[in-house]
Design a protein around this ligand. Sequence first.
Ligand code: ADP
Length: 366
Amino acid sequence: MAAKFRKIGVLTSGGDSPGMNAAVRAVAREALSHGVEVMGIYGGYRGMIYDEMIELTSREVSNKITLGGTFLYSDRCLEFKEEEGMRKAIETLKRHEIDGVVAIGGDGTFRGATDLSARGIPTIGIPGTIDNDITATDNTIGFDTAMQTVLECVDRLRDTCESHARCNVVEVMGRGAGDIALNTAIACGAVAAIIPEVEFDEKACIERIIKLRREGKRNFIVIVSEGVSGYSEDFAKKINNITKELAENENNDRMWVETKFVRLAHVVRGGSPTLSDRLLATKMGVRAVDELLAGNSDLVVCEKAGEIVTVEIAYSQVLDRMYKGTLKDGMLDRFSPEQVEEMRRLIEEKKQYFKDTYTMMERISG
Ligand code: ADP
């Protein structure tokens, strides 16, 4: 174990997610167990620039594991992207004799972590985001809780849909990623999911709703990912208007599937983390500290097939770009042909998973 670590910092940055507190607690407790002091940095990278931090003793992190949000607060700090902001941040860390940092957040947070690592402050990233949009890890902290919250909300909506023979189009979070929408659509027994990863056949969906209504189905839930921007409200109106017209033409009130639109929005970001998220946060927090103390840097902690592993932040970021189709010239140059091959395979697997899961959902919805 590298003896130089006397003190580390931990922060939460970008969009918050349930389980961030559990991760901070694990980071603090693991570091303290190795005789390393811990500073909690407030408001993400902003706290580094403006020297806002608190010593995290074992008691300071007690009673935090159950809490949603982040007691270290989070912020989007643009100043940190500038050279001057970065310089101030490093000065603060030096003044406090902080030898390493654990940064909990998403993609942007990891870019900051890489900048710190490059300037001589070893930094390890932990994926904390409800969107599950970090391709290198199977699960991000907060994803499970967010899905559980969607499930609870939609189950309630379903009850009232059943009473009144209505449809609810429910928009869920997931910036550019349909993970929350697809999984919750399956678990809520939705009639359809609309996600950015798979092409949506609007006409077929409305025809299916009409067919099912004729057969006597009363509750209709459609889950839409916010990644399919600006679509949900229009689609709700369309189902409503088309079925209303049909009911009028057939002179049969029962064919009108009155359709309401619901945006769950930030409701899904709060709440006490689920068991899975607390476990994941704890394992990742412990691993991040162990990596720092072993002398490693510029890594992101991931979960792959149930194992906690690490990958280089650069690898994780290129993988995400490859997935989104936003790779730029030269970005693959630093990786070996084997690594590039592995990335391509992972992307193919993920895309195939979405297609297969989507068609499975369609087969069993009814
Ligand atoms: P997330 O981490 O959830 O993706 P953001 O993209 O808002 O959220 O990033 C969180 C914070 O990380 C930003 O407010 C900023 O302080 C820092 N950050 C983002 N991008 C960079 C970058 N290119 N260089 C340095 N810091 C960055």
